[in-house]
Ligand binder design. Structure first.
Ligand code: AP5
Ligand code: ZN
Length: 215
């Protein structure tokens, strides 16, 4: 299965990606995670990406597109993949289509997670991420057993730098301007699957898997 997860910041893309990739045995490709890894390692790409991410802006297409195209050539993507946070502009979507065409592949689904703007800020601001394994929690909706400590690896839980109310608001506006047009783009291609992302985490996951299995 070749699929994309679409949705505004805090909609639950990363959370639901875990369920989808396990269910369908495909790799999870998150451009946000790739950029954050590069920032942590202090690479040239990381330094460039950080300038934009800290402000809640999109990293320029020319940095993002090549990165994803390279990743899709990896052996583990041969039988499918789940893209999370890419594409985010019409330019990126066109580039992805071209790249897949060159590989004689095409997209099966675009899972569009719908959540009202009012809920997104609370979700992103309350998010905590394990600094060692990357597991995501929420201070209200998905708490770890011990405050500030990862259930999986006992790592410390940190807040993302771009999860302040101000930057999240900016990211939501950027989403509405630059990414939301993709909903129509993929609706016209007949591959969009709309999901109510306001239900509890487990229920959203079940609904996504059921819809993808029945399509
Ligand atoms: P990225 O990392 O992709 O961030 P995002 O799209 O803003 O999405 P988030 O990670 O904030 O949210 P999510 O939908 O994954 O939600 P989550 O599951 O964590 O991008 C970051 C930055 O990188 C961008 O701003 C940009 O600068 C750059 N970038 C990345 N890709 C790019 C691209 N293609 N082009 C250009 N630039 C790019 O859930 C959020 C919280 O809510 C968690 O705490 C979770 O526990 C909780 N939660 C989840 N589901 C539920 C639920 N159903 N009920 C209650 N709580 C829930
Ligand atoms: Zn951890």
């Amino acid at each position: 299965m070749r699929a994309i997860l679409l949705g505004p910041p805090g909609a639950g893309k990363g959370t639901q990606a875990d369920t989808i990739v396990k269910e369908f045995s495909i790799p999870h490709i998150s451009t946000g995670d790739i950029f954050r890894k590069n920032i942590k390692e202090g690479t040239v790409l990381g330094k460039k990406a950080k300038e934009y991410m800290d402000q809640g802006l999109l990293v320029p297409d020319e940095l993002t597109v090549e990165l994803v195209k390279d990743r899709l050539l990896d052996e583990d993507c041969k039988n499918g993949f789940l893209l999370d946070g890419f594409p985010r502009t019409i330019f990126q979507a066109d580039a992805l289509e071209e790249a897949l065409k060159d590989m004689n592949q095409s997209l099966d689904y675009v899972v569009n997670i719908e959540v009202r703007k009012e809920l997104l800020i609370e979700r992103a601001v309350g998010r905590r991420v394990c600094k060692d394994c990357g597991q995501t929690y929420h201070m209200t909706f998905n708490r770890p057993a011990v405050e500030g400590v990862c259930d999986n690896c006992k790592g410390e839980l940190l807040q993302r730098k771009d999860d302040t109310e101000e930057t999240v608001t900016k990211r939501i506006n950027v989403y509405q301007e630059q990414t939301e047009p993709l909903i129509e783009y993929y609706t016209n291609k007949g591959i969009i699957v709309n999901i109510d992302g306001e239900k509890p985490i487990a229920e959203v996951g079940k609904n996504i898997v059921a819809k993808l299995r029945n399509k």
